[in-house]
Design a protein around this ligand. Structure first.
Ligand SMILES: Cc1cc2nc3c(=O)[nH]c(=O)nc-3n(C[C@H](O)[C@H](O)[C@H](O)COP(=O)(O)OP(=O)(O)OC[C@H]3O[C@@H](n4cnc5c(N)ncnc54)[C@H](O)[C@@H]3O)c2cc1C
Length: 449
């Protein structure tokens, strides 16, 4: 028997579980497929993630995380305590998000997606699970994380993260990040979980294979002079966990009926601390894509493809350059192979390009949980672009731009929203002279398709 549903979600990590929950809340029939085989581990969870979860009514998932803790940093010759981060027990956190998906109405299968038997933009997908069950779905959300199998990938220098739980009890709750010649170290002290230690080294810097190789690499890292024997008595409880950790643009192009989210779209370098936020925010932006495509495959496909490309490709390059700048701060270590590779990739472009002139673009944006094409105004003050001012689409404000043929102000008193929009346009030097108090608009607006 074949199970037929609107959307199948392969992978029940944060990206997949959250997408499944949001789609089920939107009234779709959803099947979440995950083997539920996570090993206990700790990660850092930033306040943006906490706020997003609370805003989405998922504050109870924060039960898997500590309160914000101090984060001690030894980097670029400086030592200090920076922004706090929460310590999250990922196996408990992911389980809480999967439960939220079920409560919202998603079905689940404890299995793996084995094969995609057929895939067609109009007809959808037919999937074969490792249990032998076949699933027919109109769309597939690929949330298999770094285990996804896309052929086209763009990668930076590849990092291997080796981590484990120490037998020693945790010290005072908090985290510590430290740059060393061979890579960087993250120590998380969680009195209820233990002392978690993670090193990040070059992926090709491992001699041999298996646990013996991981233990040898960990011991070699911890014996560096800089660490001055601080970890000489450390013993690990369980087998060490090794994970690939470099930045990867896993799926640069959207090929419907498959929509990648989270690490399956862009796998994030843990140094950024941005991975969980990206997992949840990319899940959120998949929802309008799904709803738009299901309403009209042809039109929706065009919009979803552009929306995906703008978000995913931009995220990859911004993360690549922000990461490079962070590695560059550590000037004292740049002669070591791990650092030399990372300070020169991907290029010398700024992570946030400066915008010098105002321009108008056609972009795909989200409106009422659907994708639509709108005019977006990019200004030196708003480099990310603005599609609405005081709730009014920027396109509707074009008649009031300095370059328009407007001869007279609009009749009658402007509504409060229009008044607010005029104030905003004026602050950008973009209000027609006949409406402006300052009458000094010189700005030309370049229009692009
Ligand atoms: C070493 C390391 C440390 C990190 N530390 C942090 C940190 O401190 N803070 C932070 O914000 N981010 C951190 N990250 C990044 C963060 O872990 C990821 O960005 C996040 O887990 C991505 O979520 P996801 O749901 O996309 O993928 P994942 O969490 O990888 O989830 C993928 C899911 O898919 C399932 N799956 C795999 N194959 C199949 C299949 N065939 N069928 C069905 N299911 C399948 C897996 O079992 C898993 O449940 C770290 C990453 C690494 C590698």
């Amino acid at each position: 028997m074949v199970t037929c549903i609107d959307v199948a979600v392969a992978g029940g990590g944060p990206a997949g579980a959250f997408t499944a929950r949001e789609l089920a809340c939107a009234g779709l029939s959803v099947l979440l497929i995950d083997p539920a085989t996570r090993r206990p581990r700790l990660e850092g969870l930033g306040e943006r993630v906490a706020q997003l979860l609370i805003a989405k009514g998922l504050g109870n998932a924060l039960g898997a995380a500590s309160d914000p803790l101090p984060r001690h940093v030894t980097w670029a010759g400086l030592t200090g305590t920076a922004n706090g981060e929460r310590l999250v027990r990922r196996h408990v956190f992911d389980e809480a998000l999967r439960r939220a998906a079920i409560e919202a109405g998603a079905q689940t299968r404890q299995a793996r997606l084995g094969r995609i038997l057929s895939s067609d933009e109009q007809q959808g997908v037919v999937l074969k699970l490792t249990t032998g069950e076949e699933i027919r779905a109109r769309l597939l959300i690929d949330a298999r994380g770094r285990q996804t199998s896309t052929a086209q990938r763009l990668k930076g220098p590849q990092t291997l993260a080796i981590a484990g739980l120490a037998t020693q009890a945790a010290g005072a709750a908090g985290t510590h990040v430290e740059a060393t010649p061979e890579g960087w170290l993250w120590v998380a002290e969680d009195p209820g979980f233990g002392r978690w230690l993670q090193i990040s080294v070059g992926a090709d810097d491992l001699v041999g294979a298996g646990q013996a190789a991981l233990r040898e690499r960990m011991a070699r890292f911890l014996s560096q002079d800089q660490l001055a024997g601080r970890f000489s008595d450390l013993v690990f409880q369980d087998p060490l966990i090794a994970r690939s950790a470099g930045l990867v643009l896993a799926a640069p192009r959207l090929k419907l009926p498959v929509i990648p989210v989270g690490d399956a779209a862009v796998a994030i370098d843990p140094l950024s601390g941005h991975g969980l936020f990206w997992a949840l925010s990319s899940a959120l932006s998949a929802v309008p894509s799904v709803l738009t495509v299901l309403e009209n495959v042809e039109k929706g496909s065009h919009l979803a493809t552009r929306f995906y490309r703008d978000r995913v490709v931009e995220t990859f390059w911004r993360q690549a350059r922000t990461g490079r700048d962070f590695y560059r701060l550590e000037t004292g270590l740049s002669g070591n192979p791990f650092w030399a590779e990372r300070v020169s990739w991907p290029d010398d472009e700024p992570s946030h390009p400066t915008v010098f002139e105002t321009s108008l673009h056609k972009r795909v944006v989200v409106e009422s949980n659907r994708l639509v094409e709108r005019d977006v105004l990019v200004t030196p003050q708003d480099p990310g672009g603005v599609a609405y001012v005081a709730g009014i689409p920027v396109g509707d404000l074009k008649p009031f731009f300095p370059s328009s043929a407007l001869a007279q102000p609009p009749p009658g008193a402007p509504s409060p929203a229009l008044k607010a929009a005029f104030g905003w346009l004026e602050s950008r030097g973009l209000l027609h002279g006949s409406l402006s108090r300052t009458k000094q608009q010189q700005t030309k607006t370049r229009e692009t398709a």
